[in-house]
Write a protein that binds this ligand. Structure first.
Ligand code: FAD
Length: 337
């Protein structure tokens, strides 16, 4: 029986958010395909990762544990994944569209002569009829992602490639534990069988980690500013509102490009994806590239001088007005209440 396979990224003993999201999605896909969900974790001191990964509904977790395998290195990680995939022959293989997944995914797919769709925002199972060959394909992975600068949403299939491989953007899918007591199997790999000494050609001398203090992605409320905010002075109002509401400040690309906000706050196709409980879009027109990063928010409030602004069509509440007038009123109101 074939499987859906998830590559799990581990940092400081913790499974990365994007991997947890993929495990959740992987479980749904495996249910639809009536197959197993399998996963791999590669690194060092991985004794406890099984407790984090199996509850997502993982039937088999393969662990490659060796002190030389942390931090991530392209060649040994590629060899392990390629050799394991040759053995296990998964039907679908998923990785995060993170710096690791973007490095590893193409190498694995090239070694296996399969395709790879990068930066997917959605994955579904569907059938396909190929007119030329008069052939029907059942249960293919539809890999959905923005294309042509975000102007279209493309659905990509690779009918004859196995595994069907995709990298998926962080934050676009939910993470949800299936069952804390799920009965999955942990298989410890004999690392020497999967890598050779030649794979360890890189010596890491020092490692610097810079953790951003800004946590727009994890904030329950995001107050996002666009080009329409107009000035740094007005942008300061957004920080004040975010503070009163216990949220964080995000920005459109136009706001970032014009120096109103830092790049780490950019939301959208080329920035981060957020799904807060409340998203307040201030002076943002709502172009598709921006919407790609926020339209899954639970509630959206749009503040815009233009009653026809595209953002209004996805907003739950629309305030037609100037941000410089509306936001001080909101701050005053929420401070009182
Ligand atoms: P504008 O489109 O200029 O909109 C400003 C809005 O403010 C208008 O609706 C206006 O009515 C309103 N306004 C003006 N004055 C006021 C006021 N005083 N009070 C209230 N409202 C006011 N964009 C992103 O955001 N994120 C991305 O990741 C991203 N990636 C991209 C990738 C590619 C390949 C491309 C081609 C584009 C990308 N863009 C991205 C850019 C995107 O297409 C838009 O240009 C951008 O989102 C527009 O930003 P904006 O809404 O702030 O500015």
């Amino acid at each position: 029986m074939s499987s859906v396979f998830v590559y799990c990224e581990i940092e400081d003993g913790q499974v990365a958010d994007v991997s947890q999201e993929l495990l959740t999605k992987g479980r749904t896909l495996a249910n639809e395909l009536k197959c197993k969900l399998e996963a791999i974790a590669i690194g060092s001191k991985l004794d406890k990762v099984g407790d984090q990964i199996i509850p997502y509904g993982v039937d088999t977790l393969y662990i490659a544990d060796d002190e030389r395998l942390f931090p991530y290195q392209t060649l040994p990680h590629t060899s392990i994944v390629v050799n394991l995939f040759k053995e296990q022959k998964p039907q679908i293989a998923l990785m995060g569209a993170s710096s690791i997944g973007r490095d590893l995914g193409p190498r694995v797919s090239s070694a296996l002569h399969s395709g790879l769709t990068a930066d997917c925002t959605s994955l579904v199972i569907g059938d396909h009829y190929d007119k030329k060959q008069d052939k029907n394909y059942e249960n293919l992975l539809y890999q959905i992602r923005p294309a042509f600068g975000g102007n279209i949403i493309a659905t990509i299939i690779n009918p004859d490639c196995r595994p069907q491989m995709a990298t998926v953007r962080e934050g676009v899918m939910k993470k949800e534990i299936l069952d804390p007591k799920y009965k999955g199997k942990v298989v410890k790999l004999d690392v020497a069988k999967y890598v050779s000494d030649e794979d360890f050609v890189v010596e890491i001398i020092e490692r610097h980690m810079e953790k951003s203090k800004v946590n727009v992605k994890g904030a329950p409320i995001v107050v996002a500013g666009g080009y329409g905010v107009g000035s740094k002075e007005n942008f300061k109002l957004l920080y004040d509102l975010a503070e009163v509401l216990g949220g964080e400040v995000g920005a459109s690309r136009a706001a970032v490009d014009s120096g109103l906000a830092g790049h780490e706050r950019q939301i959208g196709q080329t920035g981060i994806t957020v799904r807060p409980k409340l998203y307040i879009a201030c002076g943002i027109s709502g172009q598709i590239q921006h919407r790609a990063g926020m339209e899954e928010s639970a509630q959206i409030i749009a503040i815009n001088t233009d009653p026809e602004a595209p953002i209004n069509s996805i907003a739950d509440y629309v305030i037609t007005g100037d941000v410089a007038e509306v936001i001080p009123k909101m701050i005053k109101y929420y401070k009182k209440n």
